[in-house]
Design a protein around this ligand. Structure first.
Ligand code: FES
Ligand SMILES: [Fe+2]
Length: 460
């Protein structure tokens, strides 16, 4: 065992900072299989970050709840009696049993199936069987309520939570790039989550799935069959030579195709009605294939002048992908170093006609989720990339993330928004692993705030 390997096992800072060589774009592939690093990710990344929980449309009424995860901690997101959204650990304070077994629903309160402790929707412990005969009244219920997330907030109805009281506010956490990314979906007006979150597992490391969402290099090759089947116009979707990248604080990034400036100048002058008409005509022309839909004016305000040109893929660090042209969200939930659960949320404007809705849901299910054409291609590759990292020899060779390294320039407009105009590249992936190292090596939010890599300027 060399010193570096010993270091990774011990998870010391120096070893963590040697996992990715940002000067060369080389990544130690053992970060995909090492159990100690995985355990540290749960603590230093997931328990510290703002994690996406659900959309307000999933819990409109008092008592509505949705189950999600923060790392390996299962949480209940529930609207309590006062109408406030609570994020509670789904674990009874008595012996830790799960209180809520359904994935979503409506409850008046939560009663534990083990010994019957009874919790209110805001997490307060309101009933303990045998209080006087067994506990002899020697028990302070007020001390044994459910554990709550340290902070809960929402961005235009999209709820997030963090377990860390020292985390910055959600707006500060998201910053320009997180806001711009979420705006791709939030600017679509009054939206709601379509019932039925599609969930499936792939035997890969969660970071390989995140890395792939910035990967426009694989599309033409991995997904050639989707092109041949006529589902995607691969060249039009990929726009290999018109790509834009935005890198944000704490690891958020957006990467992918961009609307050309000349076209954006035309779009900016159009009213929302004119844009809707353009979209209708484009859909008619496309003959059922994937099409570009112009965003409404609200998007330009939320995304800023450069961001509004991006039609790429945002990742809100660590694991939330805004996908499928802003009509889907995908969470890549870690389930051990070599297993990832993918949750697909389809989010659509409430005023879509039933026919429009049916078409979008059908199209999305054809691309992603357990029956998705693209995800089946991707899943195989991610699984094999993860598996190879287990090999004694295979695991000792680095991943190559050197594409376009040192060839691009970060631009900045007077508002401070930063972006890169480029071709197909690996800036988003490199930024993600750089941020991963910053998070993993930090002892606390104070340490992370003080010591994370600043958003690059100049040559990247
Ligand atoms: S574990 Fe919940 S009441 Fe005992
Ligand atoms: Fe793919």
């Amino acid at each position: 065992m060399d010193a570096r390997e010993e270091g990774v096992r011990a998870c010391n800072k120096e070893a963590i900072k040697s996992c990715f060589d940002s000067e060369k774009g080389l990544l130690d592939r053992r970060i995909f299989v090492d159990q100690d690093l995985y355990d540290l990710e749960m603590k230093n990344i997931f328990a510290r970050a703002w994690n996406f929980m659900c959309h307000e449309s999933q819990i409109p009424e008092i008592g509505d709840y949705f189950i999600n995860y923060i790392g390996e901690d299962q949480v209940i997101i529930v609207r309590d009696k006062s109408g406030e959204v609570q994020v509670l650990l789904n674990s009874c304070r008595h012996r830790g049993n799960a209180l809520c077994r359904a994935e979503q629903g409506n409850a008046k309160s939560f009663v534990c199936s083990y010994h019957g402790w009874h919790f209110a929707l805001d997490g307060e412990l309101i009933g303990v069987p045998g209080m006087s005969p067994f506990y002899r009244k020697d028990f302070d219920k007020s001390q044994w309520g459910l554990v709550k997330a340290a902070q809960v907030d929402n961005f235009h109805g999209f709820y997030f939570a963090t377990l860390d009281p020292d985390a910055p506010s959600l707006p500060d956490y998201l910053g320009d790039v997180g806001r711009t990314g979420l705006a791709m979906i939030a600017s679509r007006g009054d939206v709601e989550v379509v019932d039925g979150i599609q969930k499936n597992t792939i035997d890969c490391n969660w970071k390989i799935a995140v890395d792939n969402l910035f990967d426009w290099y694989h599309v033409a090759y991995s997904h050639a069959s989707a092109g041949e089947a006529g589902v995607l116009d691969l060249a039009a979707v990929t726009q290999a030579n018109d790509q834009m990248v935005m890198l944000g604080e704490y690891g958020h990034a957006i990467s992918g195709p961009a609307i050309k400036q000349e076209m954006q100048d035309e779009i900016v002058g159009m009213s929302d009605d004119e844009r809707k008409q353009w979209n209708k005509e484009e859909a008619a022309r496309s003959n059922g294939r994937v099409t570009r839909a112009l965003r409404m004016k609200a998007a330009e305000e939320m995304m800023g002048p450069a961001g509004a040109r991006s039609i790429g893929h945002p990742n809100i660090f660590p694991n939330l992908w805004i996908a499928t042209g802003g009509s889907q969200l995908c969470l890549r939930l870690p389930r051990g170093p070599q297993m990832t659960e993918l949750w697909w949320f389809t989010v659509l404007p409430k005023d879509q006609t039933p026919e429009e809705r049916r078409m979008t849901v059908r199209f999305n299910s054809h691309l992603f989720g357990p029956a998705g054409l693209l995800e089946q291609d991707d899943g195989e590759n991610w699984s094999q990339s993860t598996r190879a990292a287990r090999g004694v020899v295979g695991g000792s060779y680095p991943h190559n993330l050197s594409m376009a390294l040192g060839h691009d320039e970060v631009k900045e407009d007077p508002s401070g928004q930063k972006w890169i105009e480029t071709r197909i590249n690996e800036h988003g992936q490199r930024w993600t692993y750089q941020a991963w190292m910053d998070w993993m090596a930090a002892d606390s939010w104070a340490d992370l705030k003080a010591n994370h890599t600043p958003v690059p300027t100049g040559r990247v």
